[in-house]
Design a protein around this ligand. Structure first.
Ligand code: SF4
Length: 335
């Protein structure tokens, strides 16, 4: 992949959260790349660091969060060390759909006020009158298939259903997402009946606008259908990545295997057992492989040495001491 094609690159990122008593070492050397038009998925349990990663990219970590090492490059320029560039990119290139539409919208402002707030920043160099911005807002709401746009514009968030609120949040993200859309579990807080509609909407908009996409989701079927590349996160680290279909069909890392086995299936009458044990305590994360206290294959080396991501197939990387570079092309073997 040439540097020209690479849109966003996260390089060896470490993020800590500091409370009064403790330091939580959450992201532990995360790296990923996304090129123009590519769609990548991030899979992992709650608390794996997925949202922290997206918030780091947009520079919106909470005050107690701090990037302690690493860099985030957008078209080769640092978003961490150049705040002016970060603002420019947030204004005109990247948009984000947050998990909880209710928490993303201020209850005392109407939809029109929310959209105008965003559009004034996005089009600050355009000398647009308010009526021009209202026209753009109207178009955005039509793009996300909201009926009765006039009424929606003048509504407060509590006057809309959950699905309508999420469509408003998507419209706000689209205002700035000219190149890259970040979607953080965009259907988690919605009724099952409208989850599919929202996902199909995002899929259609991403394809129509030729956007790159980083999708955080637990929905395996959706990831299978929508993304080309899948990153699996555990305990603030990328533990496996590569071709999404290959990983979902033939996972290699013990955690990915257990995660996929524990996912509920419509075709099975059994309920998955889940992964025994708890996610790591970020105040004092396990040494070596962060998964070793829960891994049935753990060896001595796993407690001492953090496994490196190694290439194990044409488009398949895994961080686990069960594999070595000599396993290259032997995808599916090992455990
Ligand atoms: Fe299990 Fe060791 Fe592999 Fe970690 S490195 S997943 S503990 S076998």
């Amino acid at each position: 992949m040439s540097e020209i094609e690479t849109l966003l690159e996260v390089k060896d990122l470490y993020v800590n959260y500091k409370s009064y008593w403790y330091i939580y070492k959450v992201l532990n050397g995360v790296s990923l790349k996304i090129s123009k038009g590519e769609k990548i998925g991030i899979l992992g349990e709650s608390g794996a660091g997925k949202t922290t990663l997206l918030k780091s990219i947009l520079g919106i970590l909470p005050p107690q969060g701090r990037i302690v090492k690493g860099d985030i490059l957008y078209k080769g320029r640092s978003l961490i060390h150049d705040k002016k560039y970060l603002n420019e990119v947030r204004r005109s290139s990247i948009g984000m759909i947050f998990q909880d539409p209710l928490a993303s919208l201020n209850p005392v402002f109407t939809v029109k006020e929310h959209l105008l707030d965003v559009l004034k920043v996005v089009y600050k160099d355009h000398n647009y009158k308010e009526s021009d911005l209202i026209s753009i807002a109207t178009e955005l709401l039509k793009e996300v298939m909201l009926p009765d746009v006039e009424r929606v514009l003048n509504s407060y968030p509590f006057q809309l259903s959950g699905g309508m609120r999420q469509r408003v949040v998507i419209a706000m993200a689209l205002a700035s997402a000219k190149e890259l859309l970040l979607a953080d579990e965009p259907t988690t807080n919605l009724d099952v009946t409208i989850q599919d509609q929202i996902l199909r909407l995002i899929e259609r908009l991403v394809n129509e606008k030729n956007l790159s996409l980083i999708l955080v989701s637990h929905a395996l079927g959706l990831l299978f259908r929508m993304v080309n590349t899948l990153y699996v996160m555990y305990g603030g680290e990328i533990i496996e990545y590569g071709d999404a279909r290959k990983i979902l069909k033939e996972p290699l890392h013990p955690y990915t295997k257990m995660l996929l086995i524990s996912a509920p299936r419509l075709t099975s009458s059994k309920i998955g057992e889940g992964i025994k044990g708890n996610p790591p305590d970020y105040r004092n994360p396990p040494s070596g492989c962060r998964f070793h206290p829960r891994c049935p294959f753990a060896m001595d080396i796993c407690k001492k040495e953090k496994p490196k991501l190694i290439r194990i197939g044409p488009d398949h990387y895994v961080a686990c001491h069960l594999y070595s570079t000599s396993d290259l092309e032997k995808t599916g073997s090992g455990i």
